[in-house]
Design a protein around this ligand. Structure first.
Ligand code: ADP
Ligand code: AMP
Length: 227
C-alpha cells in the first residue's frame, strides 16, 4: 500500500497515518516529524527548517524533496508507506512521481481528509505531543489518561510552537494557496479518495479503509506487496 494523506493542518493526517501504517504493515512517513526530530537533535537540517516551521511557511522544496527521496529509498519503504505532510505543493507532487518512477513503482491512492476551519483550529489548539516518542493526543478529543504524560512511553506532553494561533493562521493560508492544488492534481489522475474528517477518529479510520477497498487500492496492493 502506497498512500499519501492530504488535508489541512490539524485535520488528523498524522493520527490516521499512524493507524493506517499499522493496519497495512507499512511505515508512516511524516516530513513534519522528520523536521521536528532533526530539530530536537539540533542537526543542520533541523536548524535550517526551524525558521520556516516557526513562521508557518514551507521548508524549501530542494531540502524537503531530498529528504523524502532518501527516506523512500530505504528498505522498509519498498513494501509500501503512508506519507503524511508530503507533497505540500505541485512541485513536490511531481517530484514524488519522479522518485517513485525511479524505483519502479507508483501510488495506490491519495486520501484527502476533509474538515472545516473551525474544526481544524479546535484540533490544533488542543493538540499535545509526546516529546519522547512523538505520539499525538488531544486535551478534549483524545486525552491521555494522565494529563501531561504519555501513556505509551511516560514522556512529557508538550504543545507544538507552531500550534500557536498566529502561526496557525499562516499555516492555513499556506495550505489554501500551495497545498489545495495538490488535491486537484490527484483528482485529475483519478487517484483521489475523499473522506469526511469531521467524524471521530475511529470512524475516519474505518471510512478510509473502506473507501480504499471500494476503489480497489487495497486488493491491488496485495500482489504488488508480495512481489
Ligand atoms: P495533522 O497531522 O493533520 O496536523 P493530527 O493527526 O496531529 O493532524 O491531529 C490534530 C489534533 O486533532 C490532534 O490533537 C489529534 O489528537 C486530534 N484529532 C485527530 N483526528 C481527530 C478526529 N477525527 N476527531 C477529533 N480529534 C481528532
Ligand atoms: P506538519 O507536521 O505536517 O504539520 O508540518 C510542520 C511544518 O514542517 C510545516 O508547517 C512546514 O514548515 C514543515 N513541513 C512539513 N512537511 C513539509 C513539506 N512537505 N514541505 C515543506 N515544508 C514542510
Amino acid at each position: 500500500m502506497r498512500l499519501v494523506l492530504l488535508g489541512p493542518p490539524g485535520v488528523g493526517k498524522g493520527t490516521q497515518a499512524t493507524r493506517l501504517g499499522a493496519h497495512f504493515g507499512v511505515p508512516h512517513i511524516s516530513t513534519g516529524e522528520m523536521f521536528r526530530e532533526a530539530l530536537s537533535q539540533k542537526t543542520p537540517l533541523g536548524l535550517a527548517a526551524k525558521k520556516y516551521m516557526d513562521a508557518g511557511k514551507l521548508v524549501p522544496d530542494d531540502v524537503t524533496i531530498g529528504l523524502v527521496r532518501e527516506r523512500l529509498g530505504r528498505p522498509d519503504s519498498s513494501r509500501g508507506f503512508v506519507l503524511d505532510g508530503f507533497p505540500r505543493n505541485l512541485v513536490q507532487a511531481r517530484a514524488l512521481e519522479d522518485v517513485l518512477r525511479d524505483v519502479g513503482t507508483r501510488l495506490d491512492a491519495a486520501v484527502s481528509i476533509e474538515a472545516g476551519e473551525e474544526t481544524v483550529v479546535r484540533r490544533l489548539s488542543g493538540r499535545r505531543q509526546c516529546r519522547q516518542c512523538g505520539a499525538v493526543y488531544h486535551v478534549e478529543f483524545n486525552p491521555p489518561p494522565e494529563p501531561g504524560k504519555c501513556p505509551v512511553c511516560g514522556g512529557a506532553l508538550y504543545q507544538r510552537d507552531d500550534d500557536r494561533e498566529e502561526t496557525v493562521r499562516e499555516r492555513l493560508r499556506v495550505y489554501a494557496v500551495e497545498t489545495e492544488p495538490v488535491i486537484e492534481f490527484y483528482r485529475r489522475k483519478g487517484m483521489l479518495v475523499a473522506v469526511d474528517g469531521e467524524r471521530d477518529i475511529d470512524e475516519v479510520t474505518a471510512s478510509i479503509i473502506s473507501a480504499l477497498k471500494e476503489g480497489n487500492a487495497v486488493e491491488e496492493s496485495v500482489p504488488d506487496g508480495d512481489m
